[in-house]
Design a protein around this ligand. Structure first.
Ligand SMILES: Nc1ncnc2c1ncn2[C@@H]1O[C@H](COP(=O)(O)OP(=O)(O)OP(=O)(O)O)[C@@H](O)[C@H]1O
Ligand SMILES: [Mg+2]
Length: 511
């Protein structure tokens, strides 16, 4: 039998929306099969159907040629199907082993046998080159490592077919390389993989075939060897996509954000930001390039009031905001597109409308004499949903029900709409499709052209190079170089990010 999985003419509806309409996907044994489509196209839904989380209204699923009824994830597990979700499902306070055996605890005379489980997990980890420590606590390990725990969990349950829902969206470039190696290892050991990713480069690099869906409908399946990035982009979006962002020369004016000698400690009380100086002016986009863990998160948390600074000053338009709590920072004119949209961006169990006024609900026109004006809130929400192409059945839909990319677009819309003097964008296009990325980049540049200061932090060098007017390289808690993107290459940037040399070019970043 050629196909290990066949999803034939699948239809899945949600109230007010057909998420999957007659979609067919066939997975061959030993292949990495990409599932590509815009944000909200229905990719996660289709995979949740395969994993037994949703029941399709129509269609048929076959595993190794045999028709099956996957009514819950346990059945999927029994059929050898495992899934690594877009948002991890691990318990922070438990260890790796405890998380992996959760719901499938091996018992010896009725007692949970952690020792045997831990041994088994170690063995699987070594077999696939995962390097996971079975005894580590989830809260203490990196996102990349947590993802490997999710992979281990599926392997521990005997999965032969692995579904990865946007695994690379949360990873750093280095972690992506490692994951690619792991996927190749899995294939070599006889597994088959369905991979959801928005990164066309990754598809070209690791996948054998790709199935494209658009707005819930199947567009077709193509061999990766017979296509290219441009064709894939137009297949999924339904039009040509511009990869290079057009922009005019920036005209920077007065400093908006001035950081002097800033020191910030991380959660382990180590200096993550260490005497940093940085100025962002009105009318310019400063891109911060750096390898993850060089203090970028702590820097942003310090500016936005989420983390306390040890020493140094942060000024916004000459006002010292160093000690301001988050709400006061926001009110002083700072917009923040946070790195972790679930932790700091949205309240998942609130409707979209309330999420859109999350920082402004207590003010006019959303609140009058302490009473919320839902009419005004709804109006604003509708406006942002339309303007930022947030695909949702309505503004009263819970944030949780939106696709990952559409949650992100809503946050970006909300932050830009507040019209801040300084817009901080941390990994703003993480999980967005190519069309949406193009749109967001235009929006950031538009903000700049309107005289706003934009601070962009991204692991995507393409994005940093394309969007920034100047690039500040962050290394070990300091800005070690400021370069003009037109005068540098990705390789050159990579060297600076690795701390290989310190360099100051052109106008020094600090006044
Ligand atoms: N539980 C749900 N209830 C209601 N609507 C839902 C639910 N899950 C998904 N949807 C809707 O179904 C559509 C498809 O969503 P899905 O999450 O499958 O998209 P996706 O292709 O994975 O997008 P992304 O790339 O942004 O993750 C979206 O319009 C979404 O709002
Ligand atoms: Mg998804």
């Amino acid at each position: 039998m050629e196909y290990v999985i066949e999803m034939l003419n699948i239809r899945k509806e949600f109230p007010g929306i057909v998420a999957n309409d007659n979609i067919t996907l066939q997975l061959k044994k030993g292949e990495i099969h990409a599932l590509l489509g815009e944000n909200g196209a229905g990719k996660s839904t289709l995979m949740n159907v395969l994993f037994g989380l949703y029941q399709p209204e129509k269609g048929e699923i076959r595993v190794n040629g045999k028709k099956v009824n996957i009514t819950n994830p346990n059945i999927a597990n029994d059929l050898g199907i495992g899934m690594v979700h877009q948002h991890f499902m691990l318990v922070d306070t438990l260890t790796v082993t405890e998380n992996i055996i959760l719901g499938k605890e091996p018992t010896k005379l009725g007692h949970v046998n952690l020792k045997d489980a831990s041994k088994e997990i170690k063995k699987i980890s070594e077999q696939y080159g995962l390097s996971v420590d079975p005894n580590a606590k989830i809260a203490d390990i990196s996102v990349g490592m947590q993802q490997r725990v999710e992979i281990l969990k599926t392997l521990y349950r005997g999965a032969d077919i692995l579904i990865f829902d946007e695994p690379t969206a949360v990873l750093t470039p280095q972690e992506i390389l490692e994951l690619i190696a792991i996927m190749k290892r899995l294939i070599a050991e006889g597994k088959s993989i369905i991979l959801i990713t928005h990164k066309l480069k990754e598809i070209m690099e690791v996948c054998d075939r790709v199935t494209v869906i658009r707005k819930g409908q199947g567009i077709g399946t193509v061999d990766v060897a017979e296509t290219n990035e441009n064709e894939l982009a137009s297949l999924m979006v339904g039009r040509e996509v511009v990869f290079k962002t057009e922009k005019i020369e920036s005209k920077p004016k007065q400093p908006v954000l001035t950081i002097e000698n800033l020191t910030v400690k991380d959660a382990r009380h180590v200096k993550a930001v260490n005497g940093l100086n940085l100025t962002v002016r009105a009318g310019e986009i400063i891109g911060i390039a750096g390898v993850d863990g060089n203090g970028q998160s702590e820097l942003i948390e310090a500016i936005t009031g989420l983390r306390k600074s040890e020493s140094g000053t942060i000024k916004l338009n000459d006002k010292d905001i160093t000690k301001f709590p988050p709400r006061k920072v926001t009110e002083s004119g700072v917009g923040h597109i946070p790195q972790d949209r679930h932790k700091h961006g949205l309240v998942l169990d609130f409707p979209m409308s309330e999420n859109i006024v999350l920082q402004t609900y207590y003010k006019k026109p959303y609140s009058k004499f302490g009473i919320l004006d839902f009419k005004a809130i709804t109006k604003k929400a509708k406006e942002i949903i339309a303007e930022y192409d947030v695909r949702t059945p309505s503004e009263s839909t819970l944030a949780r029900a939106l696709s990952g990319g559409n949650q992100q677009k809503a946050i970006i819309g909300r932050e830009i709409d507040r019209n801040p003097d300084l817009l901080i964008a941390a990994q703003p296009t993480r999980g967005l499709d190519v069309g949406a990325i193009e749109f967001i980049h235009k929006r950031l540049i538009e903000q700049r052209d309107q005289g706003k200061a934009v601070l962009l932090v991204s692991f995507e060098l393409d994005e940093i190079m394309n969007v920034s007017d100047r690039i500040a390289v962050m290394y070990e808690g300091q800005i070690v170089a400021v370069v003009d993107p037109k005068e540098t290459t990705e390789q050159g940037l990579g060297l600076l990010m690795a701390g290989s040399k310190k360099k100051e070019t052109g106008e020094v970043n600090h006044v």
